[in-house]
Design a protein around this ligand. Structure first.
Ligand SMILES: Nc1ncnc2c1ncn2[C@@H]1O[C@H](COP(=O)(O)OP(=O)(O)OP(=O)(O)O)[C@@H](O)[C@H]1O
Ligand SMILES: [Mg+2]
Length: 392
């Protein structure tokens, strides 16, 4: 069918034509938004899930819902090796400048900007603090202690007070939160705790790989009182069918049940893969109904494309030692494995491969579903590895 009209969107963070199976978690987010706006206590969300399950897309949707409810929104992405101070100073600067109404200076907003100025003062050159300038004096005694927790709390509280003063609630959304260090995560949670206790209209939504829940729990024991940790997973058969069928019908075409079944079986309902298969099945289809044969052709095309890009770029970023570890893990099967079994499969002692495992976790390739266990963060990566291994 006409590629120009193809409704499917395989890609990172690009909205699907049909956001299937996420109504419940979206409803939780909306409840938090409505309550925070009214200065009421609300549990916010840290959305967890493997690669490509739709975390970024969901955060985008939450941001959209927030904006529709009068929120000022700011979405940032944490990066491996980047500093929390650097990330926050940019985000808070944009928020405070947006809250600033210029002429009719509101004192709380001015104060927020002065606290930000103090915060910048304590930022080291290596943290990138030099490239931001603000035309206000620092607020002496706030956000200038040089201690991360105290300073971040001062800055976030001052921003939240500014939001309250101009009656503009603020939603801060942070993606890839697993890249934030444990100390930094503790800091963020502490700051949100302070905002929450003061009943101020600022809310934080986060998203990250599954290990984020453990990191947050270890970071601050009260994390669970501040946040829900909904787990985004692959879609159920019914939701996966809707994700495929609705956009096709919307475009005036149709899809056979057998085609849906084939795609579900191949993708296991993982959102990113559903988009990829849907896209290829649409393109290969010669009539106006996607048939099982089209779905099978899409399987071949999709696997070739994924092996050449999605899986490949991740694999190519690894060191030889890390690749060996990934091979050993894949060789044991698709399920989470005991770390000790992986070491044994490599013919090595657990302690000698632990640094490799840790660097793979840090790179976001693996996670520990429970103590002593290890699994891939990228769905179907084990199958890619097995295809890869039979080639070498
Ligand atoms: N509920 C859904 N229904 C159908 N498709 C979806 C859904 N959620 C996400 N997708 C599709 O899945 C793909 C991946 O989404 P997204 O980038 O949000 O995943 P992610 O969890 O952020 O991945 P990563 O961990 O790699 O950042 C996109 O092509 C998106 O359109
Ligand atoms: Mg993402």
């Amino acid at each position: 069918m006409d590629e120009y009209r193809n409704p499917f969107n395989p890609g990172a963070g690009v909205s699907p034509p049909e956001l299937a199976g996420r109504a419940e978690v979206l409803e939780q987010a909306i409840t938090a938004l409505e309550r925070v706006k009214r200065g009421r206590h609300a549990k916010s969300l840290m959305v967890l899930g493997l690669r490509g399950v739709g975390k970024t897309v969901l955060l985008n949707e939450i941001a959209k819902q927030a904006a529709g409810r009068g929120y000022l929104t700011e979405m940032v992405e944490a990066r491996d090796g980047e500093d929390l101070r650097q990330m926050l100073q940019q985000a808070m600067r944009r928020l405070l400048l947006a809250l600033d109404r210029g002429e009719q200076a509101v004192e709380a907003v001015k104060k927020g900007l002065r606290v930000l100025r103090s915060f910048l003062g304590s930022v080291t050159v290596s943290a990138g603090g030099v490239d931001i300038s603000l035309d206000v004096d620092p607020e002496v005694g706030l956000a200038d202690s040089g201690q991360l927790e105290a300073d971040v709390t001062d800055l976030v509280l001052a921003t939240a007070r500014a939001a309250e003063a101009v009656k503009r609630p603020v939603a801060l959304l942070i993606d890839e939160l697993q890249y934030v260090s444990k100390a930094e995560l503790a800091t963020l949670i502490r700051a949100m705790h302070a905002v929450n206790q003061a009943g101020l209209p600022l809310v934080l939504f986060g998203a990250g790989l599954p290990q984020l829940a453990g990191q947050a729990g270890e970071a601050k024991s009260y994390a669970e009182r501040l946040f829900e940790f909904p787990r985004l997973d692959r879609l159920s058969e019914q939701d996966a069918y809707a994700a495929l069928r609705e956009p096709i019908i919307e475009e005036g075409a149709a899809v056979a049940d057998a085609a849906l079944q084939e795609i579900f079986q191949q993708t296991r309902g993982y959102p990113y893969f559903l988009q990829e298969w849907g896209y290829n099945a649409w393109n290969v289809c010669a009539g106006d109904t996607i048939l099982e044969s089209d779905a099978r052709a899409a399987t071949a095309t999709s696997l070739r494309k994924l092996d050449g890009s999605f899986f490949r770029v991740r694999f190519d970023r690894l060191t030889p030692g890390e690749r060996d570890y990934m091979r050993a893990l894949a060789g044991l099967g698709a399920e989470p494995q005991r770390s000790s079994d992986v070491a044994a499969a490599m013919g090595r002692k657990g302690s000698s491969v632990a640094p490799i495992r840790d660097s793979l976790i840090k790179k976001g390739m693996l996670y520990a579903p429970e103590h002593g266990m290890i699994a891939f963060t990228v769905p179907l990566f084990d199958e890619f590895m097995r295809r890869e291994m039979s080639l070498v």
